[in-house]
Design a protein around this ligand. Structure first.
Ligand SMILES: Cc1ncc(COP(=O)(O)O)c(C=O)c1O
Length: 362
């Protein structure tokens, strides 16, 4: 039997590992494994989503016009330079399809977000990892990896799975050091949670003036709309034009557009989300430290920490899962001694602390 054979390289891709969503024999769980919003979703978005239910027979607006205009107004952007994706995940794939040919390469920090490498490998691209410094991306190491076949550089600021960030001046230095034909994809999935440490600086301004920057954002984190898969990107007109040529026309569902648009006006929820992440990560870091973990600094809605000396991360992950507290092991990211824990509702944080108390003695 010999069926169709996938293109070279496809079977070398390790599929994306999502955060676990159920515990062995546990009826209800606290899911702290996927960096979802601890407050749920914006209530305004939820209401708009429900209202949109009566229109399920209609195709979405392929240009997401109302959402596009609302987003442009909110951020002071040119609406024509916005691209929507089925989550920002889809936009990484679109960037790889458009800019990486087989044998070309992309560069990422050693612990880059897994979806980037999948996108690059799917089109025959090579992934070049640049070493980090203490879990923080290193602009010089990334620049040193550039060669004649480099077409894309990916950087998340702040980063997942580490939670760490680069001062924006370092992002600018990275950009300044890249040849103009190399696309710099700046993934800002968590940037709103980092306003304090980044002094409110972000990549949209850079994307306004540069010809080779694509900044990506998402409604999944700040607004709690992960289920609806709405991401967006902003970049130079030529980049947006290239991606739009093969974008699937209905890639953002109608109820998702409606919910995202309503979320944009929900300032109170957005502010509460940021506070929840800021306060929650500080408390989480304290809890983990008190039990002998060594947390990395975080500017996100999660904390990644090295497990106590002499403990196995997988064993702690399993002990927590048995008690219904789901966290994320990072072996597939090459960080086998680390666990990543999302900020969750108060009850989840209490449960985490009590399970750690029983299973991990400092
Ligand atoms: C760094 C980073 N980028 C992008 C995403 C994906 O976001 P979306 O839900 O918009 O696809 C995530 C999700 O966890 C992420 O951590």
């Amino acid at each position: 039997m010999s069926g169709p054979r996938p293109r070279a390289g496809i079977l070398d891709i390790a599929p994306y590992v999502a955060g676990q969503a159920s515990g062995p024999g546990v009826a209800s769980v606290f899911k702290l494994s996927a960096n979802e919003n601890a407050l749920g979703a914006s209530p305004a978005a939820l209401a708009a989503y429900r209202d949109a239910a009566v229109e399920l027979h209609l195709y979405p607006d392929p240009n997401a016009t109302e959402l596009r205009n609302a987003l442009a107004r909110k951020h002071g952007l040119d609406p024509a330079r916005i691209l929507f994706g089925t989550g920002s995940d889809e936009i990484f794939s679109m960037a790889a399809i458009a800019y990486l040919a087989p044998g070309d390469n992309m560069i990422q920090p050693a612990h880059g977000f897994a979806a980037w490498a999948i996108a690059a490998r799917a089109v025959g691209g090579e992934v070049r990892n640049a070493p980090e410094r203490d879990g923080v991306a290193d602009a010089d190491a990334m620049l040193a990896r550039v060669n004649a076949r480099t077409r894309i550089v990916f950087l998340a600021n702040p980063a997942n799975p580490t939670g760490t960030w680069l001062p924006f001046s370092e992002v600018e230095r990275l950009h300044a050091g890249l040849p103009e034909h190399v696309l710099l994809v700046l993934d800002e999935a968590y940037v709103e949670f980092a306003r304090a440490v980044l002094d409110g600086r972000h990549a949209i301004k850079l994307a306004e003036r540069a010809s080779n920057v694509l900044v990506t954002r998402t409604f999944s984190k700040l607004y709690g709309l992960a289920a609806l898969r709405v991401g967006w990107a902003y970049g130079a007109p030529a980049i947006i034009d290239a991606l739009n040529r093969f974008r699937l026309p209905f890639n953002t569902p109608r109820p998702a557009q409606a919910a995202a648009r309503a979320a944009l006006g929900d300032y109170a929820f957005a502010e509460a989300s940021v506070r929840s992440a800021e306060e929650g990560r500080a408390r989480l870091a304290d809890t983990l430290s008190a039990h002998g973990f060594a947390p990395l600094p975080s500017a996100t809605n999660f904390v990644t920490a090295r497990v106590p000396h002499g403990c196995a991360a997988a064993a702690i992950e399993a002990a927590l899962a048995q008690r219904g507290v789901l966290v994320r092991g990072l072996t597939n990211y090459g960080l086998p001694e680390f666990l990543r824990v999302s900020v969750g509702p108060a009850a989840a944080m209490t449960a985490l602390a009590s399970v750690l108390e029983e299973s991990v003695r400092p």
